[in-house]
Design a binder for this molecule. Structure first.
Ligand code: SAM
Length: 200
């Protein structure tokens, strides 16, 4: 259930970069919620993509809250340390890898540089509790999670996302996760080639 990898669904990450960042950059702080983050590859990929397009001064104002139900209490340590094994970093483009990872003290493991590592904070959180961590997120990314819920649960969780977003904030889901029709009045699509929506 926690299957994930670095730069998964790059198209959606690029839509986030190109279509949400121009608005989010007008804010002093950018708070992002990655809901259902698994071992952290997704929030860290997003962090790297944002850092690639932003100078240090902007980037240090970005905080990504990465949450997961983390049934077996495994993800917090991995995300906090930002250390990944050889097989987990194989898909990362070489120049990105060289820029953002360093050799860890344990052979065959690689550690994210501090600037990226400290942009992501992990918290254990059950989405079905419907308790939002805060109500001022500029972007919520929730990919390959809602498919595990039934229709009613999906609607309730997306309504929570609506409440957790600031005015004009964005919601990004995986390519196959369409917005339920019952919620069409809450969000407008940002593009036609990705499931990225803006709070109305
Ligand atoms: C397939 S992974 C998706 C990881 C990443 N978002 C991606 O797309 O690559 C699904 C994640 O959803 C998490 N999850 C499942 N039910 C959840 C819930 N009720 N609350 C929070 N996270 C949940 C699982 O623990 C798992 O890590």
């Amino acid at each position: 259930m926690a299957f994930t990898y670095f730069f998964r669904d790059l198209q959606t990450l690029e839509v986030i970069r190109d279509f949400t960042l121009p608005y989010l950059k007008t804010k002093q702080f950018i708070k992002i919620w990655d809901a259902g983050c698994a071992m952290g590859q997704e929030p860290y990929s997003l962090s790297i993509i944002l850092r690639e397009t932003m100078g240090y001064m902007y980037f240090r104002n970005i905080k990504i809250l990465a949450t997961d139900i983390d049934e077996y209490n495994q993800f917090e340590k991995i995300i906090e340390e930002g250390v990944y094994k050889e097989e987990q970093i194989r898909r990362i483009p070489k120049e990105i890898f060289n820029k953002y990872f360093k050799v860890d003290k344990i052979e065959g493991q690689y550690k994210l540089i501090d600037e990226i590592r400290t942009s992501v904070q992990f918290k254990k959180h059950d989405l079905l509790s419907l308790k939002m961590p805060s109500n001022d997120f500029g972007l919520i990314i929730c990919k390959n999670v809602l498919l595990h819920f039934n229709e009613e649960e999906r609607i309730n969780v997306i309504k929570m996302y609506y409440e957790a977003l600031m005015a004009g904030g964005f919601l990004a889901m995986e390519q196959t996760q369409k917005l339920p029709k019952a919620l069409n009045h809450l969000f407008e699509p940002v593009v036609s080639n990705a499931q990225v929506y803006r709070k109305i």
